[in-house]
Ligand binder design. Sequence first.
Ligand SMILES: Cc1cc2nc3c(=O)[nH]c(=O)nc-3n(C[C@H](O)[C@H](O)[C@H](O)COP(=O)(O)OP(=O)(O)OC[C@H]3O[C@@H](n4cnc5c(N)ncnc54)[C@H](O)[C@@H]3O)c2cc1C
Length: 324
Amino acid sequence: MQPFDYLIPKDHAEASALLAAGGGSVRPFMGGTDFLIRARGGFIRPQSVVDLKVLPGMREIRQSPDGWLVIGAACTMNQVAAHPLVLAGYDLLAQACNSVASYQLRNRATIGGNCCNASPAADTAPALFCLDAVAETYGPAGARRIPIADFFVGPGRSALQLGEFLTAIHLPPAPTGACGAFNKLGRTKLGDISAVSVAVYAWEHDTETPRRDWRIALGAVGPTPLRAPEAEAALAADASPQGVQRAAELTAAAARPIDDIRASAAYRRAMVAVLARRGIEAVLAGIARAGLQAVPFGGVPAGSVSPTGVLREGRPEQMIGGAA
Ligand SMILES: Cc1cc2nc3c(=O)[nH]c(=O)nc-3n(C[C@H](O)[C@H](O)[C@H](O)COP(=O)(O)OP(=O)(O)OC[C@H]3O[C@@H](n4cnc5c(N)ncnc54)[C@H](O)[C@@H]3O)c2cc1C
């Protein structure tokens, strides 16, 4: 690996100035789990790196006065997954963080690095899409906020400009009783990048006429993570077993997979339908268990759906290696 200098900025402005002055030859550095592999492979040849983890707030998780959850970009996967504020309202994100690689790697890998690497397979991305996350950045023009769906621009490309870096992820207040399920499929049982991932999230509105909103987001089946809005709308109208099957098919139709080393496009699309159905069933089961509805929507009897995909004793289920 080509040697490089390691720089510690004293504040946000200096970090931005160092990155801007260096052009592409000075790169942000967080956990290094993506960066070092690419540098070792010669895909990037930086002259120096700027360690952003040291900047104020980068490793903090806190609630803002308006009720949003603010997760510093340098928080590790393990830190996010175990944090009480995350577990209280954003369990879907905890499931996604817990699914990344191994425990050891999750001690280094950061949520910000996962987003900035901008891989379509980034495991936190589908959860962040479902949760309507907003990325906070700092750059030569100061701070700005970018909806997460606009942050991912293409494979390996984010919305960040030269000299700009991610400082935090903001999550809006979680609706009461919201329920989510994250499932992924990789080539090996543990520690593999997703060949397909599906996040499902739903919550009910406390209105006279019961109404449930759905979010479904996919990873590794398009140039960026993506939502499946037609499936979401179909589920809101009909969450009966037939409606669930229809939504799973619509989710698969929303995928834009390619053939690559991890899986064929056809296999990916088929697995999207499987993981979507299991995720939807898991969320319905979670909602039913939480007792949030006296009368089931769309004729889904409480307890008749598979519990697959929801938290089991506080740990996420991962469907890796041949879910069918
Ligand atoms: C064995 C192995 C298994 C893996 N398994 C998974 C998996 O299951 N799921 C998954 O999603 N990923 C996986 N990964 C990928 C990786 O671990 C994650 O993407 C991780 O979250 C990256 O975080 P990091 O802090 O290490 O980022 P780094 O490697 O430090 O940075 C990643 C990239 O983002 C840039 N960057 C970092 N922080 C910022 C910032 N704040 N602002 C602007 N740019 C920034 C860096 O310059 C670099 O280009 C795996 C990697 C390995 C090596």
